[in-house]
Design a binder for this molecule. Structure first.
Ligand code: NAG
Ligand code: NAG
Ligand code: NAG
Ligand code: NAG
Ligand code: NAG
Length: 450
């Protein structure tokens, strides 16, 4: 019984020994397929000219490289596969050791003249140099492309927006009677496939890839076109952190500035600084958003309204400061004003030497009595005395500032008519400001969510 497998083995080796060796080149010789054989390259590969060539295509997305709203360009990295039948190519696999397919340089065969209509620039550095052909003439051509295409974007809801960009593929020359273009997979399949092969998802989250097949009609001729619609959603976090929150923080700062006293220029300076900071942020916005847009972007409304509110509050502060100045200007000029009674003046309790400063302050033109530092240095007593004089002057100046502060405080105890009016304006405006800000922010959030 052991001799049966041995016999079988001997039989098999005999068969293999006489086995025909085939190379791909044999098929090329059989087909007379050479680089300069114009039969294969010049004309559409059909035996009967009334047959249209059916090109089936698929497209998937490897990556979304760039979406630039300013220039309205969309740069995806795509994978395309095209399949069509070349009626001139055919061989019997049985004659060539069962070879059913082989790859040949793509220049050897006719290729459909397809074009992406949105394309403005293309990087074909990674183009495959080969095509696959099968024994019954099916030709498969694959390539990876980085396409820079135009895409009309609606930035109304920026940065909470969803964009969809089209990639339209059609033949440059051949109308439907010569070339039919059909998608070989449906939308759900290519969406799934894209999800699987997607390499990077940066700022944009891929949502779906939909395919539609339409006729492009021009005059009395029709062209087949396939439209791939790529839907994607922006991840807004970066823009929220970089832009929306800072503007909101500045608004809060502006609100908090109502706690600063109105007496001095500090509040005005603070508000102007906040306003300037906002205008720097507006410059950033200018770099992102396109100038052409049929609907105003919500983010622009957001900025402009907040900017306007801050401007209004700045103007209100100017008004209030003006009213208080008015009061201040009115009181010291009246001779009967008990502005600096030495008995309640804190200067009396603070230090003895302040009393003389107050006396000096009470005089009509206090500035004239103080010689300038230069005058002292030039015409004053020579030597160490000049230095001493400078020190005394310095001290006097400081004391003057201190005393003025006390005087103002003493004033605050008995606010004049204008000051009281200013306070009322301040409180009223603050309530109005908070109400408008809350209402506006609610409105914006609602609009962004819709
Ligand atoms: C093969 O093609 C070449 C040129 O393309 C031609 O000259 C030659 O006659 C062809 N051979 C056959 C057997 O058809
Ligand atoms: C890209 O395509 C153009 C035109 O089709 C061709 O001239 C060029 O050689 C190609 N570049 C590469 C790197 O394949
Ligand atoms: C060639 O394409 C046709 C039509 O799509 C298909 O029916 C056939 O199976 C393909 N041939 C091979 C070998 O895949
Ligand atoms: C994309 O194609 C679809 C389907 O034809 C069309 O409705 C839509 O307007 C196109 N979008 C753009 C931005 O061209
Ligand atoms: C899409 O194609 C797949 C298989 O190719 C099929 O199972 C699925 O039902 C199709 N979906 C639709 C919506 O036609």
């Amino acid at each position: 019984m052991a001799c049966v497998p041995i016999l079988l083995l001997v039989f098999l080796t005999g068969c293999l020994g006489s086995h025909k060796v085939c190379s791909y080149h044999d098929i090329l010789v059989h087909l007379n397929l050479t680089r300069d054989n114009e039969v294969y390259t010049t004309t559409r590969p059909v035996l009967d000219h009334t047959h249209p060539t059916v090109v089936r295509m698929d497209l998937a997305l490897y990556a979304i490289l760039a979406v630039i709203e300013k220039t309205q360009t969309f740069t995806p990295f795509i994978w395309i596969i095209l399949m069509w039948n070349n009626e001139r190519v055919s061989w019997d696999p049985a004659m060539f050791c069962g070879i059913t397919e082989l790859s040949i340089p793509k220049e050897m065969l006719w290729k459909p003249d397809l074009l992406i209509t949105e394309m403005t620039d293309m990087d074909n550095a990674s183009q495959s140099p080969y095509v696959y052909i099968t024994y019954d003439g099916n030709v498969t051509f694959e390539e990876d492309l980085k396409v820079v295409s135009t895409c009309k974007m609606d930035v109304h809801k920026f940065p909470f927006d969803t964009q969809s960009c089209n990639i339209t593929v059609m033949s440059i020359l051949h109308s439907v009677s010569q070339l039919r273009l059909t998608p070989s997979s449906n939308s759900s399949r290519i969406t799934q496939f894209t999800r699987r092969v997607m390499q990077t998802q940066g700022e944009w989250e891929f949502l779906s890839l939909a395919v539609t097949n339409e006729l492009f009609v021009l005059g009395d001729q029709n062209w087949d076109q396939i439209i791939y619609t790529i839907s994607m959603k922006r991840r807004p976090l970066l823009h929220v952190i970089n832009f929306l929150l800072p503007v909101l923080f500045f608004l809060c700062l502006d609100l908090s500035s109502f706690l600063i006293s109105d007496h001095r220029g500090d509040k005005l300076g603070f508000k102007v600084t906040v306003l300037l900071a906002i205008s720097v942020l507006l410059l950033i916005l200018n770099e992102i958003l396109p100038s052409m847009s049929n609907r105003t972007p919500l983010i622009a409304t957001y900025c402009i309204v907040i900017f306007a509110m801050m401007l209004l509050s700045l103007l209100e502060t100017v008004l209030v400061t003006h009213l208080m100045e008015k009061d201040k200007a009115a009181s010291p000029s009246s001779p009967a004003s008990p502005a600096y009674p030495s008995s309640n003046s804190p200067s009396e309790k603070g230090c003895a030497r302040c009393a003389c400063v107050c006396d000096w302050l009470r005089s009509e033109t206090p500035r004239d009595h103080l010689p300038m530092a230069e005058q002292v240095a030039d015409g004053g007593p020579p030597g160490g005395d000049a230095h001493l004089w400078l020190m005394v002057l310095q001290e006097l100046r400081e004391l003057k500032g201190l005393a003025l502060g006390w005087v103002r405080q003493a004033h605050g105890g008995h606010p004049g008519y204008w000051t009281r009016l200013a306070y009322r304006i301040n409180v009223g405006f603050f309530i109005f400001y908070v109400a408008v800000a809350l209402f506006f922010l609610t409105l914006m959030i609602k609009e962004w969510q819709s």
